[in-house]
Design a protein around this ligand. Structure first.
Ligand code: SPV
Ligand code: MN
Length: 645
């Protein structure tokens, strides 16, 4: 269990403001009349205390209350250019922002959960004792905004009024952070009080880049105070470290789902997208993938793209699984985004019309952004996150592999804005889990039971990517959400089993594994090249759309249901006009039993180290392993799908 509002509330202890009277006095003393008047709309006393304490702690010269109006958005954009946090590019509305070279991804080693003495934290996360964090934040954040303006914005993580939407306050001295917040989240200034009352909670985020110098980055911290649902971030600008409405608050939302709404809500690191099937029906998917594993590209394959990163889920009274996207924008990795694989996104990035913040890539002398894998001839020169660049600059890539683009989803051609705005949520019929798995699992397999589906999520493994600084090797990535699950993984496992197994969920989704990182080498071919192409994902999602609507049958295997060759062949032809030889199908869908059993053994061993992990997970592993070994005894170590049909 996580106890909320336990231990010292660090923000108010440092700010020293404990009564609403003191807060109002501070506002009157320090806010310009216009902003004092704007703040009068906010009546939630807890929120006012948070803002007053952030002011008292950070000591800004000015405070700007961001109402989300067109004028305010314009002001923040202009200030960002004036301050140099962003620079204009050739296309109007496009800008470039550079983070310091040391601040190009989430700083995992400098990210901590602030913990009370007996509070349990995930085995894959770092925690720090409350008093240690308190002292450090006091030392580093006191007066950090002196000489600066503090911006305060009010947002809803989801459509206003939706069951699982949660409001949040973003406080920052960085106009880049506030500009990003407006592109990615719904400003809910006018609805904030009602939303905080409806949900009974809101999140608070306080950030300052300070002097924004490389020499300060070692002192940077990203703190999550779960007990008081407040984040602190300083001496950094990378949005994954600073715009904590995103992953900082995703962590709190995950706590809320686990410890306040266990069995009825989940907060997932998932895209949401709709696929059109026969007769024009639209089937919605929610899919998990670790950072940097193609989640954005997969999401945009849908005919009705909703979101690429996060999903707030709940069980509706009619028995359906519903989800909303807490975001309205994309903070997506740009490497390898090109015309062939990402036509909708490329239109936004290469043509006027969309407002885009590019980060950490190369700008050529004509003001055109360029990145690794953009599909154009390599640039001759330019400026990137490490300064002036020419091809002779050995070892420095054109763009950082975690360089990103930030834009509103509504500017992407296949986005369904109406559905993303609907507070009744989206009925999710397919759940997918994927990772970077070069040698074990087939491109698609569908769980035979809900518990087996939960086990697919619990068993994701993935190669490290550039989204996390210092990460390497192949790692366990349960539900692709572990960087953001604060509590013990066993609690999260329990919450998953309780959710998908809840008898109130009468319309269960299908739950599937997806893997498009299999290599030739792993399937008896030669070279590390992928066994397939990026665009094949149209077929994998297309087959799942048909399967969930019972329009195709599948082959039963010990790990789950897999597609039949004929159905895939037809889909390859109709969806991407591609020939799909049966020999490729056989390579992709043969079960390499020793590899799969080794994977199960690895998962069993890892989960056995987590005290109290549900026996239901081990039961799935045990059953699958026994069936795999029996199959091996009967048919050998490599079993083709034809042998199973
Ligand atoms: C991710 O790394 O999963 C992202 C970007 O979506 S960040 O905001 O850094 O989390
Ligand atoms: Mn993400």
């Amino acid at each position: 269990m996580l106890e909320f509002k336990q231990g010292v509330d660090i923000l108010s202890a440092i700010g020293g403001i404990t009564t609403i009277g003191e807060a109002k006095k501070l506002f009157e003393q320090r806010l310009e009349p216009e902003h004092l008047q704007r703040l009068a709309t906010i009546t939630n006393e807890d929120a006012l205390l948070k803002i007053a304490n952030a002011m008292a702690m950070c000591a800004p010269d000015r405070v700007y209350i961001h109402t989300g109006s067109a004028e305010d958005c314009d002001h923040v954009r202009r200030m960002s250019l004036e301050k140099g946090e962003e620079r204009p590019l050739a296309i109007p509305g496009h800008t470039i922002h550079f983070d310091l070279p040391e601040d190009q991804g989430r700083m995992v080693d400098q990210t901590f959960y602030i913990a009370n003495p007996d509070e349990k934290v995930s085995s894959l996360a770092k925690k720090e004792a409350r008093e240690v964090s308190h002292a450090y934040i006091k030392e580093q954040m006191s007066g950090i905004m002196s000489g600066k303006t503090m911006y305060v914005g009010f947002y809803s993580r989801g459509p206003v009024g939706a069951k699982a939407s949660i409001p949040a306050i973003e406080i920052s001295s960085s106009t880049y952070v506030m500009h990003s917040a407006e592109l990615l989240y719904r400003n809910c200034y006018a609805d904030f009080n009602a939303e905080a009352a409806r949900r009974g909670e809101f999140f608070t985020n306080v950030h300052s880049e300070g002097p924004n110098r490389s020499e300060d980055v070692p002192k940077a911290r990203i703190y999550m105070d779960r007990s008081w649902q407040t984040t602190f971030s300083f001496f950094c600008t990378y949005a994954g470290n600073t715009l904590l409405m995103k992953k900082g608050n995703h962590r709190f939302a995950s706590d809320s789902a686990m410890y306040k709404y266990n069995g009825t809500e989940l907060s997932e690191h998932m895209f949401i997208t709709g696929m059109t099937g026969p007769g024009g029906r639209v089937t919605y998917f929610a899919g998990a993938a670790p950072s940097g594993c193609g989640k954005t590209t997969t999401a945009m394959v849908g005919s009705n793209f909703i979101g690429d990163d996060l999903a707030q889920m709940w069980i509706e009274a009619d028995g359906t699984l519903r989800a909303v996207n807490p975001e309205i924008g994309i903070f997506g990795i740009i490497e390898d985004v090109n015309q062939e694989g990402d036509p909708y996104l490329m239109k936004c990035l290469r043509q006027p019309g969309a407002e885009v913040i590019f980060s950490n890539l190369l700008v050529d002398p004509q003001g055109k952004p360029r990145w690794t894998g953009d599909g154009e001839p390599s640039p001759e020169q330019g400026v990137n996150f490490q300064g002036a660049w020419t091809p002779a600059k050995a070892g420095v890539p054109i763009s950082h592999p975690n360089s990103r683009c930030t834009l509103k989803a509504e500017t992407v051609g296949n986005h369904n804005k109406k559905v993303n705005a609907d507070p009744s949520g989206i009925v999710i019929e397919v759940i997918t889990y994927s990772g970077r798995d070069a040698n074990t699992m087939p491109p698609i397999w569908v769980a035979k039971t809900m518990d087996a589906g939960v086990a697919i999520g619990a068993s994701i493994v993935s190669k490290a990517t550039a989204a996390e600084i210092g990460a390497s090797g192949v790692n366990r990535q349960p539900w692709a959400n572990t960087p953001f699950v604060a509590g013990p993984l066993t609690d999260y496992l329990e919450a998953q089993l309780n959710f998908y197994g809840n008898p109130k969920m009468t319309r269960k989704p299908i739950m599937a594994g997806l893997n498009y990182f299999l290599t030739h080498e792993a399937r008896g071919g030669s070279g590390k090249g992928l066994l397939g192409e990026k665009r094949d994902v149209h077929v994998w999602l297309g087959w799942l759309e048909l399967f969930t609507n019972r329009d195709v049958e599948a082959i039963e295997t010990p790990i789950g249901m897999i597609p039949k060759y004929e159905d895939l062949r037809r889909l390859f032809a109709s969806k991407i006009n591609k020939e799909y030889p049966e020999s490729l199908y056989t390579m992709q869908f043969s079960l390499y039993i020793d590899n799969i059993v080794a994977r199960i053994d690895l998962q069993e061993a890892a989960w056995s180290k987590e005290p109290g992990a549900s026996p239901r997970l081990f039961a799935v592993y045990k059953e699958q392993k026994a069936a795999l070994l029996a199959l091996k005894a009967a048919k050998g170590g490599i079993v083709t799908p034809q042998e199973l049909a």
